[in-house]
Design a protein around this ligand. Structure first.
Ligand code: GAL
Length: 664
């Protein structure tokens, strides 16, 4: 059984500071409890200022200095920032935006994933760096590139992308006729006679054909997979025994992270709770309440998502290896507003990640940069090298980790699983059918309510083995393929499906026999009509809440029991044996009601944590966190016989309480 051995790290940029500072920086990292250091993701112009003119002396010294201090190094490939000379040699490597403008040099991520020439350059530089450091004893892991897709760079509308897309389609469909059929191109005389005639789904007069868009999204996602694979293949060959990692982002949906993760050993993500709250928080009141803490469920959702990604390399779901590669240490620079976290929040975020099974939490960055784009971004140290608050909090986390028992993890999966599917995100972006409808939103709302009911959750991909779970929630799976259906059928716990599940087939057509397509084998219903609802309009559902945003008219077979109906008399929540279906978008009250009932039915004990408190059970440990801007009593989350290891039932702002549970 794997034992968790959590550790801390930091992102460091030796190239930003005089060499005389490096040894002291390294010494202070170790002194403050940091054991990993990630370097070199943006250094291409310094290691190869001109083609073939390699300058590694400085980096050799940096690696030696950090390693000699006892730090374990995560080395990066520098491919997120191709140097100017390379872009000038190959100007068509730039991605092109939806208006047809090249995304030029002068910041970062200025490349098109599908550009073969740039892929070759990436292979070349990866090979050079991996040869130099692949077997260096201080280098324990690699990060490929940096934040694939950041700054909206997954989708590119370049000529390069068009040719690659045409080839991809030719592979997939074999003949133009097959493509025409699959896309339904007869509809507006959109038929093509050869694959060279296919355009990118952009700058059309009105909306492009949704199947065309869905294929383009699948293609674009696959480009990221292949781009990453170019590097992982070289790293595996030249750096045996080292883990390969990529740092994903928060609420980034444009490529399938499960697919990319299949080539990694460890999935990681970059956690900036306050920046994400500003970008994605539900409304202004919510943002004000949590402005110094972040959304209480956003981090947890991504921890669970990337833990699931970390299982893809054959590790089994009890051992999804994942890290937080970049942890916000203070105010950031890139959100509309950038508040200061509550004192104690950096500590809380770190403990929370470990409670979800992180192996490493690594802070971004060691020292705030006084120059260039991120001057307002805090580090663990200020630009004058004085220690900032984040450093003290990191040090206290390191001390506390030392006091906690090392726990055996993964004896059993969480009782509840939530199905996440990237193509469903693309499908609802392609055809929202109601302004702002997005599968991510409903997935996150279900996740968040399950957490408010005290659940620890595993995220799974459609088709994953569901054995061992008691309740599986499928908030929105637009197309249900054979694998997914088989996994649902083989599962013997309870299943809850949300609206729009099975509403499209593999070609993004309405399925023969209507929604929910194959799920009818589990629950005998047929969706006859759907409507999206204007803001402020909703349908009462029994006395338990309302459908807003989306409602369906469903007819049910004899075996189906209607548990709740709308005021107009349409079935709203219905059950047949182990499967149930919700025929609309539930508001908060209805979501809570249905999930409480489902949890009870599935034999999962639940407890209301309260708005600001959350729990996460991890082996025998329970971590309780307070995201609210006020103190809370957490006695209801502590059972008789539990041993409090850190904190207490009186939880202050940013409070963390860790228990050893008497009964798990
Ligand atoms: C991340 C990125 C880092 C840095 C950081 C600032 O998205 O990977 O390089 O820019 O944001 O918060």
């Amino acid at each position: 059984m794997p034992i968790s051995d959590p550790a801390l790290g930091v992102c460091y940029y030796p190239e930003h500071w005089p060499q005389e500072m490096w040894a002291d920086d390294a010494r202070r990292m170790v002194e403050n409890g940091l054991s990993y250091v990630r370097i070199a993701e943006f250094i291409w112009s310094r290691i190869e200022p001109k083609r073939g003119d390699f300058q590694f002396d400085w980096l050799d010294t940096a690696v030696e200095t950090l390693g000699a201090a006892g730090l374990k190094i995560v080395m990066c490939t520098p491919t997120a920032t191709p140097p100017k000379w390379l872009v000038d040699e190959m100007p068509d490597m730039l991605a092109v935006d939806a208006n047809g403008n090249p995304r030029g040099f002068g910041s970062r991520r200025h490349y098109d994933f599908s550009h073969e020439g740039y892929r070759r350059e990436c292979a070349r530089i990866t090979e050079v760096v991996a040869k130099r450091y692949g077997e260096n004893p201080h280098v324990v892991a690699w990060q490929t590139d940096n934040e694939y897709g950041c700054h909206d760079t997954t989708l590119s509308y370049s000529n390069t992308a068009r040719t690659a897309f045409q080839n991809w389609l030719a592979q997939k469909y074999q003949s133009p006729e097959a493509l025409n059929r699959a896309w339904g191109n007869i509809f507006w005389s959109m038929e093509i006679g050869s694959f060279e005639e296919v355009e990118l789904p952009v700058l059309t007069v009105t909306e492009p054909n949704p199947t065309h868009v869905m294929d383009f999204r699948r293609f674009a996602s696959q480009q990221v997979v292949e781009f990453n694979r170019v590097q992982t293949k070289i790293l595996r060959r030249l750096s045996p025994g080292r883990d390969i990692i990529h740092n994903f982002m928060g609420r980034y949906l444009e490529f399938d992270h499960f697919d990319v993760s299949a080539d990694l050993d460890i999935a990681s993500w970059d956690s900036y709770p306050l920046g994400f709250l500003e970008q994605f928080g539900q409304d202004n009141a919510w943002k004000n309440w949590y402005m110094r803490a972040g959304d209480p469920d956003f981090q947890a959702f991504h921890h669970d998502l990337y833990r699931s990604c970390g299982t893809r390399n054959g590790q089994g779901r009890d051992r999804g290896r994942w890290w937080v590669m970049e942890q916000q240490p203070g105010p950031v620079n890139w959100a509309p507003y950038n508040p200061d976290p509550h004192p104690g929040m950096v500590r809380l975020w770190s403990h929370e990640a470990f409670a979800h099974g992180a192996e490493v939490v690594s802070y971004f960055r060691w020292r705030q940069a006084p120059f260039a784009q991120e001057q307002f971004h805090a580090g663990l140290n200020r630009p004058d090298n004085s220690a900032d608050r984040g450093l003290a909090e990191a040090k206290s986390v390191a001390g506390e980790l030392g006091q906690l028992p090392q726990v055996e993890i993964g004896q059993a999966p969480a009782p509840v699983a939530l199905v996440v599917d990237y193509p469903s995100f693309w499908a609802t972006e392609t055809q929202p059918q109601g302004q702002g409808h997005h599968a991510y939103q409903i997935v996150f709302e279900f996740y968040s309510m399950l957490r408010r009911l005290g659940q620890s959750i595993d995220i799974v991909r459609p088709g994953d083995d569901l054995k061992g779970y008691r309740l599986v929630v499928v908030p929105q799976l637009i197309s249900v393929d054979e694998n997914a259906l088989e996994a649902f059928k083989a599962f013997d716990g309870h299943l809850l499906f949300g609206p729009r599940c099975g509403s499209r087939d593999e070609n993004h057509h309405i399925p023969q026999g209507l929604a929910p397509d194959g799920l009818r084998q589990l629950i005998d219903i047929r969706v006859e009509r759907v409507e999206s609802l204007r803001p402020g309009v909703s349908h009462p559902v029994g006395h338990e809440g309302r459908f807003h945003a989306w409602a369906e008219h469903v007819i049910t077979g004899d075996a189906v029991e209607v548990k709740l109906q709308t005021k107009q008399g349409h079935p709203a929540w219905m059950v047949q044996d182990k499967a149930s279906y919700l025929a609309g978008w539930p508001d908060e009250r209805l979501r809570k009601y249905v999930l409480e009932k489902e949890l009870t039915l599935a034999g999962c004990p639940w407890v209301e944590t309260g708005d600001d408190l959350r729990i996460r059970d991890h082996g025998p440990l329970r971590t309780i966190v307070n995201y609210g801007p006020r103190a809370h009593d957490a006695s209801h989350l502590i059972a008789k016989g539990d041993t409090v290891l850190i904190g207490s039932s009186d939880m202050d702002v940013a409070g963390v309480t860790i228990l050893h549970r008497a009964k798990t």
